[in-house]
Design a protein around this ligand. Structure first.
Ligand code: SF4
Ligand code: SF4
Length: 447
């Protein structure tokens, strides 16, 4: 394949010469190819041809969190696409600087949704991860991906952590753990959920005539069980028959973004089996929506719809239903990047929350556009992830809200860790937790 015509070895263009067009990306590639590169894991790999569809218009740059943070073209979608096109076209080898820039990509797809040339950026960065297996260089990411297909082992680990919490060992470990382990422990919920969900299994709540399935996300159902219990309670109250997947299932996003395509495909197949009934599927975690839709072929006519829960509750709010909190509260609403990109409805959580009486909703500024959690990214790119999270607490302003609400488990854990570190005791919840409380329900038992 011929390399893109604008990538010519030896051509000198100063970085920052122009934002429109290709100057920065080009100079980046040129400067890197003039150095002696390390051997790339795969020379001239296939599967990056679509990177050449980029017309270098720069429309995606202001939407890219890593570009907003660094103002460095190599940390932008356009720069990364130039690298992939050059590498795939055999006009540049993958050197350490290029690898670092590509590794820093969050996979948030903020670029893909605004691209006028419809460059399939997500597919390309997944292909990069598949070819290089770079995410798997982090042992914890390998472990997480391994666990996605071993529900029993994950469940046993969950019980072990619960035991460590109840005996005080987990709190002790949080205080004394060194470096990487401290970082991992700081991201876990604190206190650790005492027990798993006590939700009824498939078909057990058949009171209603309209049926829905709830996807039990692998991490979210273990670490925010009260949200699943709240969703089930509310939906039954609204007259739905609620089917829950028989045990926590991974949609495959973790594996796919780590480059383990076969694992991701196997998880998609499992998902199709377990969600085989002909009824809508509700997903509580915005980060699982895209992969679940892809698994069920929801972009095809006639396929069963996959809804993010807040969007579904807002669209199906019963006409006469009222929800009001006992006393006035103010919530800070954090919109995850996946709510914008995968769900495609950034306004849904706000619309839902504004239906609740006595509740003031305050939008939290989006900082760099991503909190830096991004699935396993927080584990494999701690430096960039930490820099992206830095504005979070400050963005609450001088009068922080009573609680923070978000629809993504990764964002929730990130917020909890940042608030803890700042010494602020502000609960972080899913919108459905507040909605159920506003209906006069006590917090559902999850033990
Ligand atoms: S918006 Fe699309 S075409 Fe324009 S620079 Fe970004 S990736 Fe390329
Ligand atoms: S996926 Fe996100 S981080 Fe990666 S290039 Fe696109 S906008 Fe930037």
């Amino acid at each position: 394949m011929a390399p893109p015509s604008w990538i010519q070895r030896g051509r000198t263009i100063q970085p920052g010469q122009s934002l429109l067009g290709l100057a920065c990306a080009e100079s980046y590639i040129v400067s890197k190819t003039d150095r002696k590169p390390e051997m790339s894991p795969v020379a001239c790999p296939s599967g990056f041809e679509e990177a050449e569809r980029c017309v270098q218009c720069a429309l995606c740059l202001p939407h890219c969190p890593t570009y907003r943070l660094t103002h460095d073209e190599s940390e932008s979608p356009r720069g990364r696409l130039a690298m992939l096109a050059a590498w795939g076209g055999d006009s540049a080898a993958l050197d350490p600087s290029m690898r670092a820039a590509l590794d820093h990509c969050l996979g948030c797809l903020a670029c893909e949704v605004v691209c006028p040339a419809a460059v399939p950026y997500g597919r390309l960065i997944d292909r990069y991860h598949e070819v290089t297996e770079r995410p798997l260089r982090t042992p914890l990411v390998r472990l997480l991906v391994w666990l996605t297909r071993r529900h029993r082992v994950a469940g046993a680990l969950h019980h072990l952590l619960q035991g460590l919490q109840e005996t005080g060992i987990l709190s002790f470990l949080r205080r004394i753990a060194p470096g990487g382990l401290a970082r991992v422990l700081s991201l876990m919920p604190d206190p650790y959920p005492r027990a798993g969900t006590n939700l009824r299994r498939m078909g057990a709540r058949n009171a209603g005539t309209r049926r829905v399935s709830i996807l039990m996300g692998c991490v979210s159902s273990l670490w925010m069980p009260e949200a699943y219990a709240a969703a089930e309670t509310l939906l039954v109250r609204w007259g739905y028959a609620v089917d829950l997947a028989p045990h926590a299932f991974c949609c495959g996003a973790l594996a796919r973004h780590a480059g383990r395509v076969r694992t991701a495909e196997a998880l998609r197949a499992e998902l199709r089996d377990v969600l085989s009934a002909d009824q809508p599927v509700l997903v509580l975690d915005s980060g699982c929506v895209g992969e679940t839709r892809a698994a069920l072929g929801s972009d095809r006519p006639g396929a069963r719809p996959v809804h993010e829960l807040a969007a579904f509750l807002d669209a199906n709010w019963p006409e006469a239903f009222k929800a009001t909190l006992d006393r006035p509260e103010r919530v800070g609403l954090h919109i995850p990047c996946t709510q914008r990109t995968e769900v495609g409805d950034a306004g849904a959580p706000a619309r839902l929350l504004r239906r609740i009486g006595n509740l003031t909703v305050q939008a939290i500024p989006d900082g760099y556009g991503c909190c830096g959690a991004a699935g396993s990214y927080v584990l494999r790119e701690p430096g960039m992830s930490g820099a992206l999270a830095a504005p979070l607490v400050g963005s609450l302003g001088p009068e922080p809200p009573d609680r923070i609400v978000t629809t993504n488990i990764g964002c929730r854990l990130r917020w909890q860790a940042e608030l803890r570190q700042a010494g602020l005791e502000i609960p972080v919840e899913h919108p459905v937790d507040i909605l159920l409380r506003a209906c006069g329900h006590p917090r559902p038992a999850t033990g």
